[in-house]
Design a protein around this ligand. Structure first.
Ligand code: TZD
Ligand code: CA
Length: 526
């Protein structure tokens, strides 16, 4: 009879989960033994980085990804990064090695006590097989749950299970599919309501990009002449940001959202929670006279919304129905051309982030994927960038720093056909700094652009907003990312002048990573 390990490997192989991101310990070695040649094990030096890379890989491929973590200590290290994967809805399958069954009860070293509780409430499903014979089925369940829920899952396996012979291999042939087409009556009603609205507005979330609906959303907005906002705190860009119908990213405060949407009688939200607020701005949830209809396949996001009506369905068929069944409408504003970015702002002493972003826009290929983790430069970013391709923009979905460098590495591995640039603050970079080693070791062609302003800029801004301007722990002077990069094996340059920066950005990262540190002027996110 085959071993649990043999069936598990074959199951993963058949489903294409052969790129494994991990950081192993003794408990995990029996799973990794006899790994077929078709597997690629990508070693990360810290579990936060491992999960960040897997998240980037999942977002670039749209597929579930296997993550190999070490028991409780390794899983705990992964927890912060896991918050981002949860809100990005990345189907990560986390596995961790458990002590041998007989040693769990006595809490031997590396026993994962109450393993199935450890990653709650972040994971959508957590399990530990009740016996060795159930290992292959449990692994299949972890993969299927991640795909069905679009949420990370966690499987703990006692390491003496892997060599056990198992009776059933039926999971190898299983398929589990997901279809969330709305029922015809619900769809009819929705189409009628949008058709009857006097001034409808469209609000799009990251799921539109994740689901491959970027171009369909553009077609739908153009057909119906709908002004388009991106839902607050976006982790992906679902619509071209210089399109004539683009109205911007909605602010992340309750009152600010309703002020921005004032005058609209119907707010149609596709593929987003309602809403991912951040700074507390009191006020009404919606402007006077507005109805809100949310379409999402995330039942939790529908249930927890504080206002509006929700339809739990995939947004794709809804977009198709709006396109097919409603007559074309005049655009609210007649502009047909993409908007031109303004002249970048300048500052004394250091480059303004707008100058940096204008340089990116002018020098980088149009289909570049940007992983952005620079928190005080948000307004400057949207003022200068011109992103017209799906899958162009990624931000840590829960706001947990440590995503930028690793996710860029995972993304470049997941889709080698598109260039990847990580735009990361000098604060954020430290939470995922060991991703530089993985990038160097596996020769991953990523450009890491570190914006160095010597401070946790966004926190200074928040301090003013909260009426707490003078707080400790916000200054980070003296970080030298060229020296750090050298230590991890990544070639690096520091620039202070615009022409130097442009010259650096014109040189693509092709046979491995490179890092560019640029000194920047402090700005505010809004
Ligand atoms: N720790 C983690 C894991 N996530 C966080 N979001 C924070 C701390 C708090 N935090 C922010 O929300 S923004 C920020 C911190 C520390 C400053 C980031 O500094 P930066 O970017 O240099 O990357 P800016 O542009 O200077 O703000
Ligand atoms: Ca900074």
């Amino acid at each position: 009879m085959p071993t649990a390990r043999r069936i598990a490997h074959e199951f993963l192989e058949r489903r294409g989960l052969t790129t494994v991101f991990g950081n192993p310990g003794s408990n995990e070695l029996p799973f990794l033994a006899e790994l077929p040649d078709s597997f690629r094990y990508v070693l990360g030096l810290h579990e936060g980085v491992v999960v960040g890379m897997a998240d980037g890989y999942a977002q670039a491929t749209g597929r579930p990804v296997l993550v190999n973590l070490h028991a409780a200590a390794g899983s705990g290290n992964a927890m912060g990064a896991l918050t981002n994967a949860v809100y990005a809805r990345s189907p990560l399958v986390l596995t961790a090695g458990q002590q041998v069954r007989s040693a769990i009860g006595v809490e031997a070293m590396l026993a994962n006590v109450e393993a199935t509780q450890l990653m709650r409430p972040l994971v959508g499903w957590a399990g530990e097989p009740a016996c060795a014979d159930d290992v292959p089925r449990s692994l299949a369940q972890a993969v299927f749950e991640a795909e069905l829920q679009r949420r990370p899952t966690y499987l703990s396996v006692p390491y003496d299970d892997w060599a056990a012979e198992v009776e059933h291999a039926d999971v190898l042939d299983r398929t589990v599919r997901r279809g969330l087409v709305p029922d015809p009556d619900q769809l009819d009603a929705l189409v009628r309501e949008v058709g009857a609205a006097r001034r409808p507005a469209l609000v799009l979330g990251g799921d539109i990009d994740t689901d491959g609906l970027f171009d369909r959303a553009v077609a739908c907005a153009e057909h119906l002449g709908l002004p388009v906002w991106v839902a607050p705190s976006p982790h992906r860009l679902p619509f071209p940001n210089r399109h004539p119908l683009f109205r911007g990213v909605l602010p992340a405060g309750i009152g600010a959202v309703s002020a921005e949407l004032a005058g609209h009688d119907l707010v149609l939200v596709l593929g987003a929670p309602v809403f991912r607020y951040h700074q507390h701005v009191p006020g009404p949830y919606l402007p006077d006279g507005a109805r809100l209809i949310q379409v999402t396949d995330d039942a939790g996001a529908a249930a927890r919304a504080p206002m509006g009506e929700a339809l739990v369905a995939a947004p794709g068929p809804v977009i198709d129905a709006l396109l097919d069944r409603l007559p074309p409408r005049q655009q609210e504003h007649q502009a047909r051309e993409f908007t031109e970015p303004p002249q970048p702002a300048e500052a004394a002493g250091a480059l303004h982030p707008e100058q940096v972003f204008a340089a990116l826009r002018d020098t980088r290929p149009a289909d570049t994927r940007y992983v952005v983790e620079s928190t005080s430069t948000n307004a400057a970013w949207w003022r200068q960038m011109d992103l017209r391709h799906p899958g162009s923009y990624f931000f840590p979905a829960s706001g947990g720093l440590g995503f930028g460098l690793p996710a860029a590495v995972g993304m470049a591995m997941g889709d080698p056909d598109r260039p990847v640039v990580a735009v990361v603050g000098d604060g954020s970079a430290n939470y995922g700094i060991t991703a530089l080693w993985t990038a160097a070791h596996y020769k991953v062609p990523v450009t890491f652009l570190i914006l160095r302003n010597g401070t946790y800029g966004a926190l200074r801004w928040f301090g003013r907003l909260l009426g707490t301007p003078d707080v400790p722990g916000t200054e980070i002077p003296g970080l030298d990312f060229t020296a750090l990069a050298a230590g991890y094996g990544v070639p690096a340059t520091a620039v202070t002048e615009l022409d130097e920066l442009r010259a650096e950005l014109k040189t693509p990262a092709t046979d491995g990573p490179r890092l560019v540190q640029v000194d920047t002027h402090l700005t505010t996110p809004e």
